[in-house]
Design a protein around this ligand. Sequence first.
Ligand code: NAD
Length: 249
Amino acid sequence: MSEFAGRTAVVTGAGSGIGLAVATELAARGAAVAALDLDPSGTPADVLGLRCDVTDEESVSAAVEEVVQRLGGVDVLVNNAGIGAQGTVETNAYDEWNKVFDVNVLGIVRTTRACLPHLRRSSAAAIVNTCSIAATAGLPNRALYSASKGAVLSLTMAMAADHVTEGIRVNCVNPGTVDTPWVRRLLEAADDPEAELRALQARQPSGRLVSAAEVAGAVTYLAGPAAGATTGTALAVDGGMQGLRLRKS
Ligand code: NAD
């Protein structure tokens, strides 16, 4: 598959999980891909791994400049770096609120600002943000994380409106629970990891976790030529969790 031949993609948080799967898929489909991560050591051989902290504007600017110098431009930006938080509106410290918004929301702002001059020069510019089911469904004990992803959903729509006339499409994906190192860490921390896994699987009507490759497929679709008329949308990749109401009998 070479639908991304001649195009360059920047993927943040591509050292692990969903971002790693996205970078791998875009490279397999012909893109020149840069993986920006706090720890890019897991980057595949055909992907340019760059250390980058999306909370640090200088770090982001330097990484994007290096991508442009080495790969020639930016056609696709996947804003995927994110961190989680558990708690109710009462329990997370204000420092944690600031930290999670700094990564999950302002990280998108910094990376997009750095990439926009280059995206404007592309004839096939697309941005895809990794949002979450937490933006559209009320999940218990996820107040801070959900608020940050709600901001990502609204930011996606506003960015789509701002940049549509420049030829830059902006969309997001809303994954359900995805089997990534992040979720495996949560399971390991649970009192009964097996029971926790069964509960997470049962929460999705499909009865299983989403795979990182399935999210990567949706991101790649939104980033690519088949979605040329699609902007300002959120694509759920959640085993039916948002939209379906099943009954047992
Ligand atoms: P992960 O922890 O496996 O990977 C996240 C990557 O982001 C890591 O490599 C980490 O080093 C990187 N990162 C974190 N902070 C960073 C920073 N400041 N600068 C640069 N890189 C940074 O997690 P994942 O499950 O693959 O999650 C990726 C994205 O998907 C996140 O935005 C998350 O909110 C979203 N998401 C995940 C799930 C899920 O169930 N796993 C569901 C919905 C949405």
